[in-house]
Design a protein around this ligand. Structure first.
Ligand code: C2E
Ligand code: MG
Ligand code: MG
Ligand code: MG
Length: 280
């Protein structure tokens, strides 16, 4: 284009350090500091068996306790952590903390439950992922059968051959595997069959309008049927109302997770939730 405009034209360099770029850079710096200063916390949300209403596990969800800004949700910092690679040390901290906490609950005599930890794309692609996970399990003493790793459908399908191989290795270690946010990506069903997974998690976007939107209801029930025919467990996330619960029960979903039963809470409050659940 510069050529077309003749030899007297030139192109200006536009500074890229706009507000957003600046915010990102400062976010990167404060994330780095947050790791050093231990500002991350894990919240736990119960996963409940739909028939027995008993807590069968929990998902560990990271939060950032910012000294000035207060509690920050993962949606606001995971993408930057992912881009900068900080997700790798952060993810290891999350895994270690979740496994150690679960082991501590088992040691304290609570009925054993499975803790689920989310893996980001970058973590999943790590060369030494299995080594890292094995190291954490060894260090914390948690039996691999009480750990579940969640990867999103989009991550799983990005490089499906690699996914098959990696999941097989994790599975051989005795770890449980779930496909998160299922239905939001594009799964090839032939790959889905080859992934050695245990569970599909129906994304909350389908659950939200399950009682009012025909398409969402159709997708949710189709995922349940798909899970059943592939002999996979199915869990629905984002269950907020009794009506949603009823729908999922009728369609024989196995487990639910959502505000209706319990929000993500700090470990101490989660413990109270378990105690309450054991009594009832
Ligand atoms: P996700 O793994 O799909 O987790 C479920 C999200 O839905 C959580 O949001 C949870 O708080 C929220 N949720 C649960 N029940 C309900 C409900 O009934 N209604 C509504 N509206 N929301 C509900 P959160 O904690 O903000 O986490 C968002 C995402 O951030 C997670 O989605 C996951 O992808 C990512 N994430 C969270 N913790 C970690 C982590 O430690 N490592 C990595 N790599 N990603 C994480
Ligand atoms: Mg998840
Ligand atoms: Mg999810
Ligand atoms: Mg989700």
């Amino acid at each position: 284009r510069a050529k077309e405009q003749g030899r007297n034209s030139y192109q200006l360099y536009t500074p890229v350090m706009n507000d957003r770029a600046f915010e990102r850079l400062s976010m990167e710096n404060s994330l780095r500091r947050a790791l050093e200063r231990n500002e991350f916390e894990l919240y736990y949300q119960p996963k409940v068996n739909i028939k027995s209403q008993k807590i069968v596990g929990m998902e560990a969800l990271v939060r950032w306790r910012h000294p000035e800004k207060g509690l920050i949700l993962p949606g606001d910092f995971i993408p930057v952590a992912e881009d900068t690679g900080l997700i790798v040390p952060m993810g290891e901290w999350v895994l270690k903390t979740a496994c150690a906490q679960n082991k501590a609950w088992q040691n304290a005599g609570f009925p054993p439950m499975r803790v689920a930890v989310n893996l980001s794309a970058r973590q999943f692609q790590l060369q030494n992922l299995q080594e890292m996970v094995a190291g954490v399990l060894g260090e914390t003493g948690l039996d691999p059968c009480w750990l579940e790793l969640e990867i999103t459908e989009t991550i799983a399908m990005q490089n499906a051959e690699f996914t098959v191989k990696t999941l097989k290795e994790l599975k051989e270690m005795g770890i449980q595997l779930s496909i998160d946010d299922f239905g939001t990506g594009y799964s090839s069903l032939s790959y889905l069959k080859r992934f050695p997974i245990n569970k599909l998690k129906i994304d909350k976007s389908f659950v939200r309008e399950i009682n009012t939107d025909h398409d969402n209801a159709a997708i949710a029930s189709a995922v349940i049927v798909l899970g059943q025919s592939l002999k996979l467990g199915v869990i629905a996330e984002g269950v907020e109302t009794e009506e949603q619960l009823e729908f999922l029960k009728e369609h024989q979903c196995d487990e639910i997770q959502g505000y209706l039963f319990g929000r993500p809470v700090p470990a101490m409050e989660f413990e109270a939730m378990i105690l309450q659940n054991i009594i009832n």
